[in-house]
Design a protein around this ligand. Structure first.
Ligand SMILES: NC(=O)c1ccc[n+]([C@@H]2O[C@H](COP(=O)([O-])OP(=O)(O)OC[C@H]3O[C@@H](n4cnc5c(N)ncnc54)[C@H](O)[C@@H]3O)[C@@H](O)[C@H]2O)c1
Length: 377
């Protein structure tokens, strides 16, 4: 829906929770959005929400934006209809569950939660409350990625997807200390994008992680991963965060292998189809009306609240991506192939324990298995 057809009353009034680096990016996205309007900002650090508003919101609009440190108090005062959770992963479970139980639909930053068990628990909280919980997995909202899928479908559909990722960022901070910085903080995007390109549901993950002698990371900054799907398709990923020189784009370099040819995508420009025995066919360039990244997540979320379709990244669908990450870490640590069904069953047991201690959700009691509760995606 365009800004011209959407009246102010139809704009979804949203509260941004978490005013750190990404929270500020979300505040800008909401201010520029034609689907929502900013009514409040919350951060546990005293004064942080107010500072973000002062820095980012035009001065004449600032008095209309509620700020504070208490989510539910500010939400009520602001007149918010929905919450965007941009807190640190360790806070996602608490913030999202509190918002859902207070009646607010939630758009949450990736990862869904700090652990797979917490993510499964949140799927239950969404069921219990009947509120939408969508995870913003921003890199899946890339028109080139969806064009690559279209081109591959024209060649019979991708059976093998291969991603090569090479970067050499000097972040400093928590990533330098994490045990699996690449797998947990970055590869999640490629695993999720692989799910856009391949039909079916992921089944198993085999991973090896490593840290070259010259790496400036404490944990493993590189990994090789194979993800199998129930359609027989396989996504192979080889990534490194300590490979200077011939670096790929941030999305990585992609090759899609199909019966009738292949598709190449450099992660930045339109993909190209290479039909077997034919000339290369350039993919379509995105039009000006196409939505990207956070703006696309926000538009999809708001449309769903106004009666539109359930987003693909609704929590039940998104948990599969988090399961791939957790399986890759488990496989890298144990040297074994990990079945997602087993991992999800373990997470379900743990999530039920979390929920019974919390006392607000009994929804997971009805799940027969972790995988069936999520539904095949
Ligand atoms: N999609 C992407 O490309 C992308 C990029 C960067 C970060 N992220 C995600 O965005 C989220 C935030 O990352 P960041 O880099 O902004 O982190 P950050 O540490 O800069 O900011 C997090 C903010 O949340 C606040 N906070 C923590 N617990 C809170 C609570 N219970 N209630 C309210 N506020 C709370 C902190 O005070 C801090 O200001 C993470 O989930 C991260 O994975 C996504």
């Amino acid at each position: 829906m365009s800004a011209v057809t959407q009246g102010r009353a139809e704009l979804v009034p949203v509260l941004v929770v978490g005013a750190g680096g990404m929270g500020r990016t979300w505040i800008r996205t909401v201010l520029d959005s034609d689907a929502s309007r900013l009514v409040g900002v919350v951060d546990v650090v005293d004064g942080a929400a107010q500072r973000a508003v002062q820095d980012l919101v035009p001065e004449h609009e600032q008095p209309g934006i509620a700020t504070g440190t208490e989510l539910l108090e500010v939400a009520a005062r602001s007149g918010a209809e929905a919450v965007i959770d941009v807190t640190i992963p360790a806070a996602h479970h608490q913030v999202t569950a509190d918002a859902l139980h207070a009646g607010y639909p939630v758009l949450g930053e990736k990862p869904c939660a700090a652990t797979l068990a917490e993510a499964v628990s949140l799927a239950g909280h969404a069921e219990e409350t009947g509120r939408l919980f969508m995870v913003s997995q921003s890199r899946r909202n890339n028109p080139h990625l969806h064009e690559a899928r279209r081109l591959a479908d024209g060649l019979g559909g991708a059976g093998i997807v291969d991603t090569r990722f090479a970067k050499a960022p000097r972040f400093g901070g928590f990533r330098d200390e994490m045990e699996h910085p690449l797998l947990v903080d970055m590869a999640i995007h490629a695993f999720d994008a692989g799910r856009v390109l391949l039909a079916g549901t992921p089944v198993s993950v085999t991973a090896t992680s490593y840290n070259p002698g010259w790496s400036w990371y404490a944990g493993d900054a590189a990994a090789t991963v194979a993800i199998t799907y129930d359609t027989g398709a396989v996504h192979t990923y080889s990534g490194s965060w300590c490979s200077p020189g011939d670096e790929t784009s941030w999305n990585g370099d992609w090759a899609l292998h199909c019966e009738g040819g292949s598709v190449r995508w450099d992660g930045e420009t339109p993909p190209t189809a290479h039909p077997s025995g034919g000339d290369p066919v350039p993919g379509r360039a995105p039009g000006p009306q196409e939505r990207w990244e956070l703006d696309a997540s926000l538009a999809e979320f708001c449309a769903a609240l106004r009666g539109g379709p359930v987003p693909d990244s609704e929590v039940h669908g998104n948990v599969w991506t988090q399961a791939i990450v957790e399986a890759a870490v488990r496989s890298a640590d144990t040297g074994r192939r990990v079945l997602l069904a087993d991992l999800l069953d373990e997470a379900l047991v743990e999530a039920r324990e979390l929920d019974s201690a919390d006392g607000r959700s009994r929804a997971l009691q009805a799940w027969k298995t972790g995988a069936s509760g999520l539904g095949a995606r």
